[in-house]
Design a protein around this ligand. Sequence first.
Ligand SMILES: NC(=O)c1ccc[n+]([C@@H]2O[C@H](COP(=O)([O-])OP(=O)(O)OC[C@H]3O[C@@H](n4cnc5c(N)ncnc54)[C@H](OP(=O)(O)O)[C@@H]3O)[C@@H](O)[C@H]2O)c1
Length: 289
Amino acid sequence: MAKVAFLGLGVMGYPMAGHLATKGGHEVTVYNRSTEKAVRWVGQFGGRFEATPRAAATKQDFVMACVGNDDDLRQVTLGPDGAFQAMGRGTVFVDHTTASAEIARELAAAAAERGFAAIDAPVSGGQAGAENGVLTVMCGGDAAVYARAEPVIAAYARACTLMGEAGAGQLAKMCNQICIAGVVQGLAEALHFAKRAGLDTEKLISTISKGAAQSWQMENRYKTMVAGEFEFGFAVDWMRKDLDIVLAEARTNGATLPVTALVDQFYAEVQAMGGHRWDTSSLIARLER
Ligand SMILES: NC(=O)c1ccc[n+]([C@@H]2O[C@H](COP(=O)([O-])OP(=O)(O)OC[C@H]3O[C@@H](n4cnc5c(N)ncnc54)[C@H](OP(=O)(O)O)[C@@H]3O)[C@@H](O)[C@H]2O)c1
């Protein structure tokens, strides 16, 4: 059992922090920018909340975070009320935000200067994965530090892997998002085509999902894509944030990502249709408008 702070009780962070308290049996202190969620969390899981990341991070063994983007992360760590102002020597910061590899390296260096360590640990598996405690976690950082953090992360993970040094977790998450972009567009085109061709989409998916075209997106999203329902899931705005990070990294490392760049533009069109908060499977909506 450890003393753990969790910063950011959003769609992902709220249930993740809950698993730390219930399944992990840890002593958990939470922080959320808007206090209502922190109050609700403490009502549901016990523990306590603090008004700033700095206060929440005081005298903890581990500080976990899951906020929005690089700027948000910088604010909750390096800001005047940030967690890094309070973290003691030998403690560990674990970041579950999907952010750039650059900020992961920046935070690892800032932590080292202050005598503690940081691990970048973005997740895959969505809201359901967080609620059921079965996320896939991709980590970057020092191996000895990772070995200490992994049993704590296990409270909400089905798979957790150290990919390499600081930033490597974020680079792995970028690969994850590149795969998803291409797969969802392919699935959207197939379903759009099937409807035009007059095929029974139920029969189609129950057949081709048993073959080489099978994917998580196909199994979990085809029904709502056919029905044109997108008010749930992983928001297009978040996906565009992620693809922006991916394309910036590709400009640096020289990778060629033509399909990812194209799908990013398709998501911009979905945003223009009003789909900022729609699930990423809404790529089919721009084909059917
Ligand atoms: N949702 C998914 O399916 C999914 C899957 C994998 C990865 N992710 C990634 O996980 C991260 C969180 O996603 P989410 O879906 O949980 O988002 P969310 O529901 O919008 O929650 C974001 C959380 O970050 C907090 N926050 C944002 N900016 C902040 C700031 N400047 N200072 C302090 N707190 C701040 C928010 O506080 P308030 O409550 O006050 O707004 C909220 O607690 C993102 O990086 C996302 O890309 C999401």
